[in-house]
Design a protein around this ligand. Structure first.
Ligand code: FMN
Length: 223
């Protein structure tokens, strides 16, 4: 423990050992800061750089155990004051079909019958579905924002953990994610939670090129 009573982290080179499991904060050992090197470091860098949003999926559903591992890893995202703000909704086939139908109806209103038919066909073929919500906190805008931020961190953990297992995903915030009927379909109280996104997942059928602006655009030095 340091002088503030916080646990001190120990640095070590990666030696293949796993960091202590700090499940629920009841770690049997002191947490260790593991500095990766060599292939392990290159793998992590490659994961961060190589994850892509997947727009075209193969039809088969990835093994549930792998998705559960990714969900489990998602909860290690930072969350201020340990609010555990994320809620993952896992719709079954009946609910998925209702969401697809709702989306097709909204598309029909703006883009017409043919666009709606195509969208319905496309959405019904999407393999894995999850929806993520964050808490609504109208009385405390800072908490609202920080909980949303933590949910976004959890989303990234989830997508990276999937990618490391060969599973791609897409975070969608299309209009249907804000539709009151979506909340009804999932039994979500819009006064208590807001939808962060739909997360489709599955094995990629096609991958897009990654594209980023140079780092200089985003880093601003000050004296
Ligand atoms: C908050 C958020 C919402 C997004 N919503 C959509 C969406 O509605 N439709 C879509 O095609 N992609 C969506 N994306 C994915 C981005 O378009 C994608 O991350 C971006 O094009 C960069 O591609 P990459 O993820 O492959 O690096 C969303 C991403 C974030 C972070």
């Amino acid at each position: 423990m340091d002088k503030d009573g916080k646990r001190k982290k120990q640095a070590s080179k990666s030696d293949g050992s796993r960091p202590a499991d700090t499940e629920g904060g009841d770690a049997a050992e002191e947490p260790r800061l593991v500095a990766l090197d060599g292939d392990a470091l290159a793998a992590v860098d490659g994961l961060l750089r190589g994850r892509r949003t997947v727009h075209e999926f193969r039809p088969e559903l990835p093994p549930r155990a792998l998705v559960d591992e990714a969900l489990d890893l998602s909860r290690w995202a930072p969350n201020h004051k340990h609010t555990t703000p994320w809620r993952w909704y896992r719709p079954g086939r009946r609910t998925i079909e209702k969401i697809c139908g709702l989306n097709a109806r909204t598309v029909r209103q703006t883009k017409g019958e043919e666009a709606a038919r195509k969208k319905l066909e496309r959405w019904l073929k999407l393999p894995g579905w999850l929806l993520l919500t964050a808490p609504v906190n109208e009385d405390d805008p800072l908490r609202h924002q920080e909980d949303y931020a933590a949910c976004c961190c959890a989303a990234q953990n989830f997508m990276l953990a999937l990618w490391a297992r060969g599973i791609g995903s897409k975070w969608s915030t299309g209009p249907v994610t804000r539709h009151p009927e979506l909340y009804q379909l999932l039994g979500i109280d819009p006064m208590a939670e807001h939808v962060v996104g739909i997360f489709w997942y599955g094995f990629p059928a096609q991958l897009m090129e990654g594209r980023r602006e140079p780092l200089e655009k985003s880093v601003i030095d000050r004296p």
